[in-house]
Write a protein that binds this ligand. Structure first.
Ligand code: HGY
Ligand code: MN
Ligand code: MN
Ligand code: MN
Length: 410
């Protein structure tokens, strides 16, 4: 095991500095893709990349890369990456830990005068969260060829803006075609965002697979009417119908022993007035399962239920697919390298599945990929209370350092 170690204080300092960029009027961290807050975060990360001696490059979908090509070799680069866009009212570690951890690894190698046999690239992918523009993991999906760049740039956001116009407005619509870099391998460091590692007292997760994700937007059209004068039997209540879908999903998923999870995260009623029966309800459904056949079965069951519900409630129901990603298995040899690096550091490690979506899910389409997890306090994420202690942050980044050295021949 090498005695090279990352600089934990520098990593934590940058995580906290980046975590302070994009606070809204209520102090919430909201750095949505291609927003002014995202620009500020991107500019900070690009500055740190340059400070570390990396060449900063942008592709057309705004994926940001810091490139270290020590010998201008034509060998395919090792890529360390994640994302810096956030959800609404986010924590400071989700995504940012992987980008800044990757940068810390490169800066540590450069400062130690250790030259890798292949270039190393630190990537910050555009719009991993998908909160403003669906689907999520969009930048890495385009990079991996799973979505055309023109279609992605034309995406209309929840706020009616167009992604390509917003990227141009913030000055992050780059010149390079997505996929202009063809990585030899991809490694992503990320907080677990779940309860497993903390509960088991294990500091390192070697992520061997990632569950499938299905995102849908459901619109229910009923009829506005007076809340006081309309008998219950005469209502075409879009709100009631929507509520039944939420309960259907929870009851169905809770009844089975499968690890399937279902979330209705967004819901709006129209006209949204206390004394008007909702004429319309629009809500999102996030379904996930590590098994593709089960995920498909859940989608079919929901579609069937919506048909029955429309007839029973006298409403019209339409569904728009926002994202659909199959489960992914990561590269077993990199998973073993993570386990070996953890062991060399005397750190317990366990293999695990990722419940969250990650850019690694897309990068696994174009090169061997895997992920390193560190514990999340209380298993909390997508929440300002998201936290990982410094010792765990440093341990994860040192494992990343050693696996990166092995993959890059440094
Ligand atoms: O939705 C996800 O799992 C990821 O945070 N975008
Ligand atoms: Mn993330
Ligand atoms: Mn996230
Ligand atoms: Mn992710």
């Amino acid at each position: 095991m090498s005695h090279l170690r990352i600089d934990g204080e520098r990593l934590l300092g940058r995580l906290r500095a980046l975590g302070g960029i994009g606070r809204d009027g209520d102090g919430r961290l909201v750095r949505l893709a291609a927003s002014d807050a995202d620009r500020a975060g991107r500019d900070a990360v690009a500055g740190w990349m340059r400070e570390a001696g990396l060449e900063v490059m942008l592709d057309r979908i705004g994926n940001l890369f810091g490139v270290w090509d020590p010998g201008a070799s034509d060998a395919a680069p090792l890529m360390l990456g994640s994302h810096i866009d956030t959800v609404i009212d986010a924590g400071i570690y989700d995504g940012c830990y992987g980008v800044l951890g990757g940068l810390e690894v490169v800066q540590t190698l450069r400062e130690a005068g250790v030259a890798p046999a292949r270039p190393i690239v630190v990537g910050a992918f555009t719009n991993e969260e998908g909160v403003r523009y669906a689907p999520d993991m969009m930048g890495s999906l385009v990079f991996a060829g799973g979505l055309g760049v023109e279609a992605a740039l034309a995406t209309v956001g929840t706020d009616g803006t167009v992604l390509g116009e917003e990227l141009a407005r913030i000055g992050h619509a780059g010149p390079h075609e997505p996929g202009f870099l063809r990585p030899h391998a991809y490694l992503e460091l990320h907080v677990e965002q779940g309860p497993v590692l903390e509960r088991e007292g294990v500091p390192i997760g070697a992520v061997e697979n990632l569950q499938g994700i299905s995102w849908q937007r459901v619109t229910i059209e009923g009829e506005a009417n007076h809340a006081g004068t309309t008998p219950m039997s005469m209502r075409r209540d879009a709100g009631q119908a929507a509520a039944r879908v939420v309960t259907f999903l929870r009851d169905r998923v809770s009844r089975s022993n499968a690890p399937t999870v279902a979330t209705v995260g967004c819901m709006v009623f129209e006209p949204n007035a206390i004394n008007v029966i909702p004429s319309r309800a629009v809500f999102t459904v996030d379904l996930r399962d590590p098994d593709e056949a089960r995920l498909l079965a859940e989608e079919v069951a929901l579609a069937r239920y919506l048909e029955e519900l429309a007839a029973a409630e006298g409403v019209a129901i339409t569904v728009e697919r926002l994202a659909r990603f199959q489960p992914v298995t990561f590269d077993p040899s990199i998973v073993r390298a993570i386990e070996a690096a953890a062991a060399a550091h005397g750190l317990r490690c366990r293999r695990m599945t990722s419940g969250a979506g990650h850019d690694a899910q897309m990068m696994a389409r174009v090169c061997p990929a895997a992920m390193i997890f560190v514990p999340s306090a209380g298993g909390i994420s997508h929440n300002p209370r998201e936290h990982t202690g410094l010792a765990d942050l440093v341990a994860g980044a040192n494992v990343l350092l050693d696996v990166a050295r092995e993959l890059a021949g440094a």
